[in-house]
Design a protein around this ligand. Structure first.
Ligand SMILES: [Zn+2]
Length: 313
């Protein structure tokens, strides 16, 4: 028995944004994922959707209008323009960013309309470093935050965001820290970009910093001892996932030691919790993951958790 369909949302414009030759956040990432899913046959189980652009009215729910206006004023017609130490615009970057955010928001519509259980936005640029008024860390618009804004526009009042990227999701914390509608669950490698975290004690943030070299055991402890009790108490109506795969041991940017199977385990936990808490509704959006081989295999393992028959307890 196959579970409810998985929606796979992307747009070819996401391949056109490029920050500089040889940069790890490259179009090759999306191509590597597609190649792995085709090679393993998982692509045949996905319902493909072309992402719409996120409307600016939705983007402005999570980003300052002055920031958005400045981006469009700066967009280069030719060449590359750095707008942050780690963000460069090319002539296609803002178009790609609008489709990336739109994919995440469209995923929310698909799961709320019961057209999918899991919706996965395979997009770039990623989003979780983008703050309310600042592009950072390869991110322009905060895609998962835009998805949450879409959920609120649809009438939801409690949304959980799970972020297992190796880097701290400072942008999501900046946008939603202290917001009672959002509970943010995060594992990340301490001492890694962006080199700071939101002050402890903000009641909507469940942070679990990890140390370089930490792997499966630390992940399981963080999730089982710290995430799950708080997640169940919060009783979300929707699970959003900042799905970064750069905590894999092979990743060149991160120092954690997750194995491919750890992302399968995360997928199974997220699927089970969503089934128990919110009618199975999950929307995941791609964040990091810079070893092309590991990225493809980790996305495959995560998706596989949603297509295999549910475990018989
Ligand atoms: Zn990352």
């Amino acid at each position: 028995m196959i579970a409810a369909p998985i929606a796979w949302i992307t747009h070819r414009a996401c391949l056109l944004h490029e920050m500089q030759p040889g940069h790890p956040e490259s179009p090759l990432r999306l191509e590597a994922i597609e190649q792995r899913l085709a090679a393993g046959g998982l692509d045949r189980l996905l319902q493909r959707h072309e992402a719409p652009q996120a409307p600016l009215s939705l983007i402005s729910q999570v980003h300052q209008s002055a920031y958005v206006d400045a981006l469009f004023a700066q967009q280069p017609r030719l060449g590359l323009l750095p707008i942050d130490a780690d963000v460069v615009l090319n002539p296609h970057s803002l178009e790609a960013a609008l489709y990336a955010a739109g994919a995440a928001a469209h995923g929310v519509d698909l799961v709320l309309d019961d057209r999918a259980s899991l919706a996965f936005a395979s997009v770039r640029p990623p989003g979780h470093h983008a703050e309310r008024a600042r592009a950072m860390g390869f991110c322009i618009f905060n895609n998962v935050a835009v998805a949450a804004a879409r959920a609120f526009a649809r009438g939801l009042t409690r949304v959980a965001i799970i972020d297992f990227d190796v880097h701290y999701g400072n942008g999501t914390a900046d946008i939603f820290g202290g917001d009672p509608r959002v509970q943010l669950f995060s594992t990340y490698e301490a001492e890694l970009y962006p080199y700071w975290r939101t002050p402890a004690g903000m009641n909507s943030l469940i942070d679990r910093p990890m140390q370089s070299g930490d792997g499966s055991a630390a992940l399981r402890h963080a999730v089982e001892a710290h995430w799950l009790p708080a997640l169940r108490a919060f009783a979300p109506q929707l699970l959003l996932v900042s799905a970064g795969f750069d905590a894999h041991a092979q990743d060149p940017l991160g120092g954690l030691s997750f194995e491919t199977e750890d992302f399968g385990w995360l997928g199974r936990v997220i699927r089970q919790e969503a089934a128990a808490l919110c009618e199975g509704r999950v929307v995941a959006t791609l964040e990091g993951g810079y070893d092309l081989d590991a990225l493809g295999r980790c996305v495959e393992a995560f998706l596989q958790a949603f297509v295999e028959p549910e475990a018989v307890v």
